[in-house]
Design a protein around this ligand. Structure first.
Ligand code: PLP
Length: 392
C-alpha cells in the first residue's frame, strides 16, 4: 500500500508545501510553520504544568526559533554557536538552559557572561568547571536511563551518570557554591515505550529522597525529549504519553510537583517538514537481479543521516504513475557506499518510477537540515523554505 500523504499533513498544508517545493530545485526541505505552532499548543494543553525548552539542534532555522520565541518557549542549547543565534533573536538568557554535559571551561564562562544561569552536568570535572566559571548558577544532573532498545534514535550511554553519582554531584554542587536544582534524563529519541519514563522518574524520586535527608531541597525535574513524531511504524498519541507520564509524576511526587521541564525536539518540529527529492537513476546490478536500485538526489549526507542503520523510517511518497507498486533499494547521490538509506526497510513506490520523478520524504522537519554535511562531493547543505498554512 502506498503512503497516504493526508495521514501526515492536512490538505492545505500539503498543497502549500508541495507548491513551495515546486518553485525550487531539489533536494530541499519545506517547513510549514503552522504545524509547529499546533504542536506547541498541543504540548501546553497536555502538559499544563511543564515549561517547554525547545531542543534547538532539531531544527535551528531562524524562522523556527522566532516562531517559538513569540509563542513563549524556552530553549535548550548545546553550544555557544546555538547560544549566539538564539540571543541574536532577542531571546533573553533567563529562557535558556545549557543542556550539553560535554563542554569546555571557556564555554561555561561564555554562557555565564551572556547571563545564562541554568546548567546541565553529569561528571565531577564538568561540575567543578561550572563551580569556577558560573558561580551561584543552578545545576541539574543528568542520569542514565534504560530504554535504548525501544528508542529509534537512542541517546543513552554517552550522557548521564548513575543515580548514586548524581547524588554525590548534587551534594558537591552545594559545596561549590552552586544551586543543586535537580535531575534530568532523556529516555532516547523517538521513544516508543512510555514505561521508560516511569523508571526514570522513579530514579529521580530516589535521588530527591536522598538529598532531602541530607538537607538539600531539589526542585527541578528535566524530563528531556523523546516524544515521537509520526513516521512509518506505530507510536502512541501524544495525549497517551502525557496522561501516562503525568500519572507517573503524581504517583512519585504527589500533587505538588517540582518545576518540570520538557525539551522536545523531534515531536515539536518533525512533522512540520517535507523533503522534496528527485530520482537520479533507476537501475539493476545484473540482468537477472531481483532488486532494483533507486538513486535520489538526497541522501545520508545532505539531510537523511537518521536513516543510519535504517533507524528512522520516513514515509516516502511519489505521485501516482499507474497503480503497480514495487519496493526498491533506496540510495543517495554521493560517492560513499554508506550513502544507502534503505535496503531492508522497503517503501512501496510506483513500479514505473523513472529519472526526474519527484519523491517526497514526509515528516522530515527534525534532524535533517541541521545534520546535512557542508559540501561532501560538493553537494550543498539542504536548503530550507517556509510556508505557513495558517496564513493563506
Ligand atoms: C536532542 C536533545 C533533546 C531533544 O530530543 P527529542 O527526542 O528530539 O525530543 C532534548 N534534550 C537534550 C539534552 C537533547 O540532547
Amino acid at each position: 500500500m502506498r503512503v497516504n500523504v493526508l495521514e501526515y499533513y492536512s490538505e492545505d498544508s500539503w498543497k502549500m508545501m508541495k507548491n513551495e517545493a515546486a518553485r525550487h530545485e531539489t533536494p530541499c526541505l519545506v517547513v510549514d510553520l503552522n504545524r509547529i505552532r499546533e504542536k506547541y499548543s498541543e504540548l501546553g494543553e497536555f502538559f499544563p504544568f511543564a515549561k517547554i525548552y525547545y531542543a534547538v539542534k532539531a531544527n535551528p532555522a531562524i524562522e523556527v526559533l522566532e516562531l517559538l520565541r513569540d509563542l513563549g518557549a524556552n530553549f535548550d542549547i548545546a553550544s555557544r554557536y546555538e547560544l549566539d543565534r538564539v540571543l541574536s533573536l532577542g531571546i533573553t538568557p533567563d529562557r535558556i538552559s545549557y543542556g550539553n554535559t560535554i563542554k569546555k571551561r571557556a564555554d561555561i564562562r561564555y554562557f555565564y557572561e551572556k547571563g545564562v544561569r541554568l546548567f546541565a552536568t553529569d561528571s565531577e570535572p564538568d561540575l567543578r568547571n561550572i563551580g569556577k566559571e558560573a558561580p551561584g548558577a543552578r545545576v541539574f544532573c543528568r542520569v542514565l536511563t534504560e530504554g535504548s532498545e525501544t528508542a529509534d534514535w537512542p541517546l543513552s550511554r554517552k550522557f548521564g551518570c548513575h543515580p548514586d553519582m548524581a547524588i554525590d554531584l548534587l551534594m558537591l554542587a552545594k559545596e561549590l557554591g552552586l544551586k543543586p536544582a535537580g535531575v534530568s534524563f532523556h529516555v532516547g529519541s523517538q521513544q516508543r515505550e512510555i514505561g521508560t519514563w516511569d523508571s526514570a522518574i522513579a530514579k529521580v524520586r530516589y535521588i530527591f529522597d536522598y538529598l532531602l535527608a541530607e538537607g538539600i531541597k531539589p526542585d527541578l525535574i528535566n524530563m528531556g525529549g523523546g516524544f515521537p513524531a509520526s513516521y512509518i511504524g506505530k507510536t502512541n498519541a501524544m495525549e497517551v504519553y502525557a496522561d501516562e507520564i503525568t500519572r507517573y509524576l503524581k504517583e512519585d511526587f504527589g500533587d505538588e510537583l517540582p518545576e518540570i521541564i520538557l525539551e522536545p525536539g523531534r515531536s515539536l518540529v518533525g512533522e512540520s517538514g517535507v523533503i522534496a527529492s528527485e530520482v537520479v537513476l533507476v537501475s539493476q546490478k545484473s540482468t537477472t537481479g531481483l532488486d532494483r536500485w533507486l538513486y535520489l538526489d538526497v541522501g545520508k549526507f545532505n539531510g537523511l543521516i537518521e536513516t543510519w542503520d535504517e533507524s528512522i523510517k520516513y514515509p516516502l511518497y511519489c505521485e501516482a504513475r499507474g497503480e503497480a507498486c514495487e519496493d526498491f533499494i533506496i540510495a543517495g547521490p554521493t560517492c560513499d557506499s554508506q550513502d544507502v538509506m534503505y535496503e531492508y526497510f522497503r517503501n512501496p513506490l510506483p513500479a514505473y518510477i523513472k529519472a526526474g520523478d519527484k519523491v517526497y520524504w514526509l515528516s522530515c522537519g527534525a534532524y535533517t537540515s541541521s545534520y546535512a554535511s557542508v559540501e561532501f562531493n560538493g553537494f550543498p547543505p539542504l536548503p530550507v523554505y517556509f510556508v505557513d498554512s495558517a496564513k493563506k
